[in-house]
Design a protein around this ligand. Structure first.
Ligand code: MRU
Length: 364
């Protein structure tokens, strides 16, 4: 894994890349190129991963993050595994080993396992003597379909918002977190284009600051209004009556609609219900995991305590203090007013309503 492009440092100004040009992940000639999300918006730096284990490490280390973006990245990682193993007598065993490493890189975002299952099928169906082109086509198609799904979700979700909406969002669900365009932030984009968005309130999202750094960067570079707030300020903001809707993404949705998303989402959902503000989850169908009957079955990632005990490498908590760094929580379906997918919108999701949605034919 090596860095091959570093832009100017962030000195109070915003590095400008139009959002439709922002690509968290791209397949390039010599590997998978990832926009390093750990250093945005201070620097625009890319990392080149030349093998599946390098891709897995980049996912685990948060170079790329956001459930759909992780899925797209893993799909390209599977392609690198195939290219590496091509022509060897133990082709399948080597590929399987790399896929297992990719699958283990982060536990909660189901898009990772979903994308690898899609790629496994593509690998099995590819010509044995030259699987590369067919597998590459499958990975590129998965990426393109993610962007198309986001655009459809954007249009459906925008219909749920009033003109000049004031929305509250959590973490980053934009172009950076997906193949492009975004899920919850895609709804903001579509709403802004259709009827205007008066303000996007972005929770800062401790400890990685996906809201304060990434969501704010995407919106500022696009000329959309954004106000950052401390995570703990959301209740006070909702109480003012200035928020029309809370919009969040998802890392895994259980078959009954329980939704795992960035830690703090559950608290937001409780607050939104208390204050009578609609709470919308925006996610592609690939985020729904039938193997998890309810939220209790979703594995929740816990990351290193240091992420909480220190800030940007500087320790602020006393030695001896511990940290509980669960990075996702589960919002019960009963607190979700609508689930917005590319295939349709489900109000007050239940297991039955989700089953019907999955069985439905997709309409534009
Ligand atoms: O830890 P992260 O940054 O990968 O967490 C991301 C989130 O929780 C997002 O809200 C979620 O993946 C939805 S992205 C469209």
């Amino acid at each position: 894994m090596n860095f091959f492009f570093v832009s100017r440092a962030f000195g109070g100004c915003v590095v400008e890349i139009p959002y439709d040009k922002v690509r968290a992940v791209e397949l390039v000639a010599d590997g998978v190129r990832l926009l390093d999300q750990r250093v945005l918006p201070g620097s625009v730096r890319y990392e080149l991963c030349r093998s599946a284990p390098e891709v897995a490490r980049a996912i685990a280390d948060m170079v790329v993050r956001g459930a759909p973006a992780i899925g797209v990245t893993a799909a390209y990682g599977a392609l690198l595994a195939v290219r590496d193993a091509r022509g060897s007598s133990d082709f399948r065993a080597r590929v399987d080993r790399d896929l297992a490493v990719l699958r283990a890189s982060r536990p909660t975002a189901v898009n990772l396992a979903w994308a690898l299952a899609v790629m496994e099928k593509a690998i099995a169906a590819a010509p044995a003597d030259d699987p590369g082109p067919a597998v590459e086509a499958a990975a590129r198609a998965l990426h393109a379909e993610d962007i198309a799904a986001n655009r459809r979700m954007g249009a459906r979700g925008a219909d749920l918002l009033p003109a000049d909406a004031r929305v509250l969002t959590h973490c980053n669900t934009g172009a950076l977190a997906t193949g492009g365009y975004g899920t919850a932030l895609g709804v903001v984009r579509a709403a802004a284009a259709q009827r205007g968005v008066a303000m996007v309130y972005a929770d800062e999202t401790r400890p990685w600051l996906q809201g304060a750094r990434l969501t704010a960067w995407e919106l500022v570079t696009e000329g959309l209004p954004v106000t950052i707030l401390a995570d703990g300020a959301a209740g006070a903001l909702l109480r003012t009556g200035q928020i029309d809707a809370v919009l969040v993404g998802a890392d895994r949705i259980a078959a009954n609609g329980d939704t795992a998303n960035k830690i703090g989402t559950y608290g937001l959902a409780v607050l939104a219900r208390h204050h009578g503000v609609p709470f919308f989850v925006v996610a592609p169908m690939s985020t729904i995991d039938d193997r998890c009957p309810s939220g209790a079955d979703i594995p929740i990632e816990e990351r290193a305590p240091d992420e909480l005990l220190a800030c940007q490498g500087v320790r602020h908590s006393p030695e001896g203090a511990r940290a509980w760094n669960a990075v996702f929580d589960v919002t019960p379906a009963s607190l979700v007013d609508a689930l917005v997918t590319e295939q349709g919108v489900v109000e007050r999701p239940t297991a039955e309503a989700i089953r019907v949605l999955k069985a439905s034919v997709m309409r534009p």
